[in-house]
Structures are given as C-alpha cells and as structure tokens.
Design a protein around this ligand. Structure first.
Ligand SMILES: Cc1cc2nc3c(=O)[nH]c(=O)nc-3n(C[C@H](O)[C@H](O)[C@H](O)COP(=O)(O)OP(=O)(O)OC[C@H]3O[C@@H](n4cnc5c(N)ncnc54)[C@H](O)[C@@H]3O)c2cc1C
Length: 448
C-alpha cells in the first residue's frame, strides 16, 4: 500500500550528489525519480568505454575521511574491502627521481605521522622540523583561519621550507583542491588536512577504486532506488522546470518522458552551470533563484598501456611535475595492481592541467611516457602499446580563498540544489558531492 506521507521527488542528475540524494530519499520511503541526461551514471566520476576498453573519465582517489561516501556505499551494498584498495597515507616518489619517501605505518594517530616523519627519506632535518611545526600550529589554531588566504601565503606564514612545499604541500594542494597553491583557499586546505592528517589514522588512509567509477557507487545507488520502487532513467535531459501551484513539472528533451509527471519536490543535482541554466528556465515563480558563477580548473588523465608484465613497485607514486622540462605528470597509478584485467595499464594524472591541455593529446602522452621512463628508470615506458588522454575541461570549480558557495535551499520552497559546489567544508570532491546530496535530501524530506 502506498505511504500517504511519501513525497514524489525528482532528482535531476545522477552524478554522486544526485545518487546520494536519491538513495537517502528512497531509503526513507519516498517516491524517487532520478533523471540523468547521459547514458552513463556517475557524472564527473563515471566509466568511459573507449575502443572496447572500460576506463574512467579520470583517475580518482578517495580518503578514509570520506565518511558519508563510505557510509552510503555500505548502505547500497558495496563491499568496501573488495571495491577499494586501502593504503596508508603516503607521498612516495620513484627512488630514481630524487623525491621523498613518506609512508605512515599502522600506528594510532598521531604516532603514525610522527613515525612517518622520523623514517621519511628525501627530507632534511629542517624540512622535518617545518612539517612538525605546520602540524602543531594548525592543531593549535583548531585548523581555523581568522581570514582565508591562499595556500602559498599560509605556507609562508608557517615558515615551510622550499623542498617541503615542492615535494609535499604543493602536490597535496593540487590533488585535493585541483587549484595551484597560489590561488587555492588555505581554509579549505586546512579542512581537508584536519579531517585526514588531524584525525584518526584510518581517516588519512588513501582508497583506490578497484572497479570502474560507475560500478563503485552510482550503479549500486540506482539499483537500490529501483528496488524501493523508484525510477532511474538515463538519456533524459531536463530542459525546463515549471511550478504549478504546490506541484512541480519537468519538461524533458523530445520523446523523453519520466513515468511520474508531477512532483512535490525537485532536487537539481547537476553541475553549477547547468543548475544556473535550469533555474533560468523556471516558470511559475516570480523571481527565479540565481547562482554565483564559478571559475573552473581542468584535470587530465593520461592512460598508457604496456605489456601486462609491466608493474610498478607501488600502486601509485608522486611525480615531480616540471612543465618547463615537459614533465606534466603529478601522480602515476598502476591500474594492474587495482584490477588484474588492467595489467600493464598506467594512469597518469595532471590536475589543474590548464597549460598541459594546450598541447595536442599525442604530444602530451609522449611527454608523459618519456617522463615516466626517466623517473622510474625504465626506458621501455617511453613506448606504450596504446595511449588515451582524457581531459575534463571543467573538472572542478577553482577553489579560491573566501569563495561564496550557495546553500542547498533556494529562495523557492521545494526546489533544492545538490552538487560538489554547494556550501561545505570540502573542495569539489566525491565527498563534497555526496554530503551535499545527503543534505539536500534531508531538507527536501523535512520541508512541508
Ligand atoms: C578528472 C577528474 C578527477 C577527479 N578526481 C577526484 C578525486 O581523485 N577525488 C575526489 O574526491 N574527487 C575527484 N574529482 C571531483 C569529483 O569527481 C566531483 O567533485 C564529483 O564527481 C561531482 O559530482 P556531482 O554529482 O556534484 O556533479 P556531476 O558529477 O557533474 O553530476 C551532475 C550530473 O547531472 C547530469 N545532468 C546535467 N544536466 C542535466 C539535465 N538537464 N538533465 C539531467 N541530467 C543532467 C550530468 O550528466 C551529470 O551526470 C575529480 C573530477 C574529475 C573530473
């Protein structure tokens, strides 16, 4: 029998935010319709089929601190042990490249960091003292800035050595915020460090997906929603939102109609730009809500396939990125250690890749292959069997100091927003998206 208190809720967009919102609402017994424009679930963290191979639109890494993502993955039946490779916090450069080696052991916090610091190589005493100083000062400040500034400024104020900035802070900042330190928010950087380095040891663990990104959560989320009577439709682009009295109607592309036609609530879970465009189409409301406009940063992933027996000494390495030498790669992942079906496949990430994407894909892949060959001391890496470069031009918003991000609620009751760009502690990440989806779901169900 239908539950009279169940609401009809449309979630527009099945990225990680939309999937999270849909799961929470379906779990509470609401009648959920999840609509996705693309044929593939997952948005900016999805699988990509290329020439008969399943890759991801970009290599992703999760943290042990991603509490909401991990909670929802468990809820929808993901076996976390099987689906994620859990590694201790580490920043290791290939030995031949002259970088640092920093790995946290399985000791309780903060001993794991202390031990990693004492045993690290490639840092001198001054670098280690400066890292310890950073950690103590940030804890003393409660990881809170009085006024936000750039990460570069924060590192200067904390008197961090040049080597530590180059080998540790800059790569961490670019990886976490996808924004170079000189333009990145110190407060958001501190938030990420607080929840990872500053929390229990497990929170600082690094989690690498063993499945493709659609299989990791969005597909399980869609199955969970469907099993609870909800509808999940791909290939449906919502074009217009209309408010009719207390109800909402959606207009979709030609020939695309959801089964449910009238809704009590709408959650727009698209990226910020799409959300702004959809809000501008709103009919039946005097003043459509407006969204601030964001700057964006690209991320490039370069996949290089070698013979299956090629494997790296670790599942991933940091790389010295020196664009002036054509060394664009920042991290390299050995996908064969994550999924045996991808033996010999390396994924090299270039975050904030604005300059790298000016090269054509062939030239960029060749430069990265040459960089790997040199950094790992393996000349054969210069000649991959095949290569695929995937650049997401608007991968994340540029996480600048003091950035104003909108809340989940709009000025119109019943119309909510979800996505990695809404207000929250985190930069544009899977966890920011999931937290936003969960918050939007909570507010949609509360409002009467
Ligand atoms: C290459 C790359 C690497 C990244 N690496 C990491 C990482 O290592 N760790 C990490 O935590 N984060 C990483 N991120 C960030 C993370 O992927 C995003 O923050 C997150 O996926 C955003 O999710 P979202 O649901 O907010 O938005 P989106 O994923 O953009 O989802 C929005 C969805 O809405 C759909 N849509 C748009 N318009 C309509 C419409 N009119 N009708 C219906 N559907 C519509 C879109 O197709 C899309 O599926 C990375 C991102 C990229 C691109």
């Amino acid at each position: 029998m239908a539950d009279a208190s169940a609401l009809r809720i449309a979630v527009i967009g099945a990225g990680w935010a939309g999937c999270a919102a849909a799961v929470e609402l379906a779990d509470q017994g609401h009648n959920v319709t999840l609509l996705e424009a693309s044929r593939t679930l997952g948005g900016r963290a999805r699988k990509v089929e290329q020439h008969g191979r399943t890759l991801d639109n970009g290599q992703h890494i999760l943290l042990g601190a991603y509490a909401e993502s991990l909670r929802l993955m468990r809820k929808v039946g993901v076996d976390l042990e099987k689906s994620l490779l859990r590694l201790p916090l580490q920043m290791c450069y290939p030995p031949a490249s002259g970088g640092m080696h920093f790995v946290a052991p399985t000791l309780p916090a903060p001993l794991h960091l202390l031990w990693a610091l004492l045993t690290s190589t490639g840092l001198n005493r001054e670098d280690k003292m400066s890292l310890a100083r950073f950690s103590t000062t940030a804890r003393w400040m409660g990881w809170q800035m009085y006024q936000d500034c750039s990460v570069s400024e924060l590192l200067q104020r904390f008197d961090q050595t040049e080597r530590l900035c180059r080998l540790m802070w800059a790569p961490l900042c670019i990886a976490a915020l996808n924004t170079p330190p000189e333009r990145a928010s110190a407060q958001v950087f501190l938030n990420v460090l607080r929840d990872s380095l500053g929390a229990k040891r497990a929170a600082s663990d690094m989690l690498l997906p063993r499945t493709d990104l659609t299989a990791l959560f969005p597909q399980h989320a869609a199955d969970f929603v469907a099993q609870r009577g909800g509808q999940v439709k791909t290939g449906i682009a919502v074009r217009k939102i209309r408010k009719t009295g207390t109800n909402w109607e959606l207009e979709c592309g030609a020939g695309e109609t959801p089964d449910v036609q009238l809704f009590d609530r709408i959650i727009i879970a698209t990226g910020a730009d799409r959300a702004a465009k959809l809000l501008a189409t709103l009919e039946g409301a005097d003043t459509p809500p407006a969204l601030p406009s964001f700057g964006y940063e690209p991320i490039t992933t370069c996949y290089l396939q070698y013979a299956p027996e090629i494997t790296l000494p670790r599942a991933f390495f940091a790389l010295l990125d020196q664009p002036e030498l054509g060394h664009w790669g920042q991290f390299v992942f050995d996908r064969g250690q994550l999924n045996p079906e991808q033996a010999g496949l390396l994924a090299v990430v270039v975050s904030a890749s604005g300059n790298a994407i000016e090269l054509d894909n062939g030239a960029l892949a060749a430069a990265i292959a040459a960089q790997l060959a040199q950094a790992l001391g393996l000349p054969e890496l210069a000649a991959p069997l095949w290569q695929q470069v995937i650049s997401e031009k608007r991968a994340t918003f540029s996480c600048s100091p003091g950035l104003a991000r909108p809340g989940n609620e709009t000025s119109i009751p019943g119309l909510l927003l979800a996505g990695d760009y809404t207000a929250g502690d985190y930069p544009a990440t899977l966890e920011a998206a999931v937290r936003s989806g969960v918050l939007a779901a909570g507010k949609a169900a509360l409002f009467t």
